[in-house]
Design a protein around this ligand. Sequence first.
Ligand SMILES: [Zn+2]
Length: 154
Amino acid sequence: MNRIQQPWAEDIAVALAQTAGFGFESLDFLCGTDPVYAGLHRFEDMTFGRSYRSSAHCSHRHQSSDARTTIVLPTPQHWTVVVHELGHALDERQGWRWTLPPVSEYAKVDRQEAFAEAFLTWVLGDGQPDSWAARYDVLARWEPDAGRIFAGLV
Ligand SMILES: [Zn+2]
């Protein structure tokens, strides 16, 4: 049963459509609430002074009280943010074994953010304007196999 309501539903639907074939439909989503209050996990401190209580993130299996990978969206987010979080879920599924180039400033935070940003960049493709096209160029140049990596083919 789909319990995701507006204003989250549309952007989640677009993100899932943009990543069709990855099986992300089976992931859990927690929307519109504080995940610590909801009992999903207990960690709060995030980079740049943010809190996991109020910021979009992926709660991995080993972090979630129900051992289910969960995309947490305390506030509504653009579908590209949802795709970024789906990238973290994909990284987990693949065992955090790929190191991809940092395609954006935010991707320089750590290996995991680099993977999620690279996934979003790959999903958006090379037909994007300005900075996104540049990010795609970086990804394609540094890791020509990115598409096969994301698809689990290598
Ligand atoms: Zn992230």
